[in-house]
Design a protein around this ligand. Structure first.
Ligand code: SAH
Ligand code: DHB
Ligand code: MG
Length: 222
């Protein structure tokens, strides 16, 4: 099996189960026009985030790593009119593109893009006494995954779900002696999860348009 097949299958699922989506296509175009890297979740992955948020009955979603707002739009679509999505982004250009895309998608009222290093924005959210989030999607700089997991635990409640993107990285996560900071961070994330009695978790390998990767799913239990 090859990347060509994985992409063809993702195209097939996108055509049959998702269809044309002018709002997301425009968001992708705006991100491309601004020169953002093409590393947003795929359409099937975005839809999975939306379905998870809907299944949770999520009213409050937190995202770490906004890029152009593509995954944020998917998750915002799961929220009720009085829902809230806060998404954290270090790059002001990415944040501006995301604000435009979220506005065009109709989520200017629901969604807030906060600019700055996510670790600082997370501290700020805690200081503000932000109400617990029902769903947290961690998808920023991978070396900081353990830091973001610790904050996500502080900003959620029992029953909340934390998803971490890109935790397989072509299988490199299994390399115990890796010195790649992204892999070290993701292995430390798994150690932190294993040492944390308040959560129950699994990691799933995936193939698709974005290659061979995967995600980690963590339920806050207590
Ligand atoms: N979730 C997005 C993709 C995010 S890509 C989607 O699927 O549509 C990762 C993003 O994290 C990039 O925009 C990058 O600028 C941002 N990022 C990297 N380091 C960060 C940090 N320390 N704090 C906040 N955002 C960061
Ligand atoms: C990269 C980041 C991502 O969040 C992703 O889904 C794929 C690739 C990257 O930094 O290369
Ligand atoms: Mg990602």
């Amino acid at each position: 099996m090859s990347q060509q097949v994985w992409t063809a299958v993702d195209d097939y699922f996108t055509e049959t189960l998702i269809g044309d989506d002018p709002v997301l296509a425009a968001a992708q175009q705006a991100a491309d026009a601004a020169g953002l890297p093409r590393i947003a979740v795929s359409a099937p992955q975005g839809k999975q985030l939306q379905l998870l948020a809907q299944t949770l009955g999520a009213k409050r979603v937190l995202e770490v790593g906004t890029l152009g707002g593509y995954s944020a739009i998917w998750m915002a679509r799961a929220l009720p009119a009085d829902g809230r999505l806060v998404t954290l982004e270090i790059d002001p250009v990415h944040a501006e593109v995301a604000r435009g895309n979220l506005k065009h998608a109709g989520f200017a009222e629901i969604a807030e893009v906060r600019v700055g290093p996510a670790a600082e924005s997370l501290q700020q959210l805690a200081d503000e006494g932000a109400a617990p989030f029902d769903l947290v999607f961690i998808d920023a700089d991978k070396p900081s995954n353990p830091v973001y997991f610790a904050w996500a635990l502080r900003l959620t409640r029992p029953g909340s779900l934390i998803i971490v993107d890109n935790t397989v990285r072509g299988g490199k996560v299994a390399e115990a002696d890796s010195t790649d900071p992204a892999i070290v961070g993701t292995r430390r994330l798994h150690d932190a999860i294993a040492a944390e009695p308040r959560v129950s978790a699994t990691s799933i390998q995936t193939v698709g348009a974005k290659g061979y990767d995967g995600f980690t799913m963590i339920r806050v239990q207590a």
